[in-house]
Design a protein around this ligand. Structure first.
Ligand code: DX5
Ligand code: ZN
Length: 227
């Protein structure tokens, strides 16, 4: 249960989580070793089902293989319909945190959080750029991670939506004011040029796919994003 907070703490409160979606899948093991050596804090795993989002990516079989190889904790980002149905499978394959989208279910959000906790996993709540904090306000005391999307989920390599930073600031303020426990992860279009704004707004785990894996020097990219 502790791998998220402990790891973040060890890294001084700010971490980069490379999104494996942009890695070379024909050399996934090597790619994971490279980002680990380059200073990644976590691995961000994007799960897409072709239903909640248009794209299809990977499922528990691949994640299990990643988990058996990786030395970093896995933060799994479920972009799938009916996350409750698959919660257990994504815990069992080795995720340290399983995040599901608020928009993927009409209700029952708290039930998913409880299920993840019962399974001994940390629970993350992901929200699209246009979902306001008020919609998820009642869930904030219960979640371990809040994932603020700075692109609409579905694809890597999209442009960062800077309007979301106001929401990140609001999430930071609410947490500090009420003593909630969630870590703030920000995902989508992050690169060295906008990372400082994300950190300043309160982003603690910065996801970066393109900016890391399409860069010639992973360590330099990660260092620039961490600041
Ligand atoms: C988008 C995914 C992101 C994305 C990040 O649906 O959730 O994690 O792949 O990639 P970049 O950094 O390229 O936007
Ligand atoms: Zn993601």
């Amino acid at each position: 249960m502790n791998s998220l907070y402990q790891r973040l703490n060890d890294l001084g409160g700010i971490a980069v989580a490379p999104s494996l979606l942009s890695a070379d899948f024909s050399r996934l093991g090597e790619e994971i070793e490279s980002v680990t050596r380059a200073g990644a804090g976590f691995l961000h795993i994007d799960v897409m089902d072709g239903h909640f989002v248009e794209n299809i990516s990977m499922g528990p079989i691949i994640i299990r293989a990643i988990a058996s190889h990786a030395k970093l904790p896995l933060i799994t980002h479920l972009m799938i319909s009916d996350p409750l149905r698959y919660a257990e499978a994504f815990v069992e394959c080795g995720s340290a945190v399983v995040s599901f989208h608020w928009e993927a279910c009409a209700d029952g959000h708290l039930g998913i959080v409880e299920k993840l906790h019962d399974l001994g996993c940390l629970a993350g709540l992901a929200i699209n750029p246009d979902t306001p904090i008020e919609a998820i306000r009642h869930l904030l005391p219960s979640v371990d991670l809040l994932l603020c999307m700075t692109v609409f989920p579905g694809f890597g390599g999209q442009a960062f939506i800077s309007d979301v930073l106001a929401k990140v600031r609001e999430a930071t303020r609410l947490r500090d004011e009420h003593g909630y426990g969630y870590v703030i992860e920000v995902d989508g279009g992050i690169k060295p040029a906008n990372a400082a704004m994300v950190r300043e707004a309160g982003g603690q785990i910065l996801v970066a796919g393109t900016a890391v894996f399409k860069s010639p020097d992973y360590a330099e990219a990660i260092e620039a994003i961490r600041g």
